[in-house]
Design a protein around this ligand. Structure first.
Ligand SMILES: *Cc1c(COP(=O)(O)O)cnc(C)c1O
Length: 224
């Protein structure tokens, strides 16, 4: 297994290339190191290599890692979050990437002491196995967030299917970017919607070319 610093160097080079192609600034892209496959030791290695943002998709993994790493990292919850478990993460999590229902927003609003940055999860590809709202449900869903003052819609998130078809992937990322633009144009004070959380190990270069601001990388960074 490659050391994390070497993997990170490769990933940063790929991001730079993607930014050159698309006329973007690498500083506008946040790498979230997804640590769900790895130990606390490996997670610490990741932090020492310079990664500040960590992502976990399960409550148990999140709590285990958070107990050791604490506020040496900015914490992203990237997986499905059950409403009854919100109270266990709130206060320790900085960003939630999987807001996909009103009941979850309600619970976040109730438990949080201050506004929490949330990404609304969109199911662009229409795969049944993927979580998230359909694109045509997004605007009305986001408008419902107005009453939840502790929920701040920071952006949109999607998970692309695990395929190698570049055109299909690009199309998915473009659709999410254009949906983000349309929400942003509404200028809703509770939904600035500046960010796009898209791209994983398999497809982050394409996601960056299409406007990703947050990429969530696990296996190609820390191994799996
Ligand atoms: C696991 C996971 C990732 C990272 O996946 P890799 O393909 O290992 O980079 C990103 N986002 C979510 C929501 C995940 O669950």
């Amino acid at each position: 297994m490659m050391d994390v610093a070497t993997n990170l160097r490769h990933i940063r080079q790929n991001i730079e290339q993607a930014c050159e192609k698309s006329n973007r600034n690498p500083e506008d892209i946040t790498i979230i190191g997804v640590t769900k496959y790895v130990t606390i030791e490996r997670t610490e290695e990741l932090i020492n290599a310079g990664i500040k943002n960590l992502g976990e998709n399960r409550l148990e993994g999140f709590l285990d890692k958070h107990e050791y790493i604490q506020d040496k990292a900015i914490w992203h919850f990237i997986g499905t979050l059950q409403s009854r478990k919100v109270k266990e993460v709130i206060g320790n999590v900085d960003v939630i990437h999987s807001l996909d229902r009103v009941s979850l927003a309600k619970e976040i609003n109730k438990r949080a002491a201050a506004p929490v940055d949330c990404f609304v999860q969109v199911n662009i590809s229409g795969e049944e196995s993927k979580h998230g709202l359909a694109p045509d449900e997004i605007l009305s869903f986001i408008k419902k967030m107005e009453v939840y003052s502790n929920v701040r819609v920071a952006g949109l998130m999607t998970m692309a299917p695990h395929i190698d078809d570049e055109d299909k992937l690009r199309k998915i990322f473009r659709q999410l970017a254009s949906l983000r633009d349309s929400i942003k144009a509404e200028q809703l004070p509770y939904a600035p919607c500046n960010y796009l959380s898209m791209g994983m190990s398999n497809d982050y270069q394409l996601a960056v070319e299409e406007g990703a601001t947050h990429i969530r990388i696990g296996s190609s960074l820390v191994g799996s």
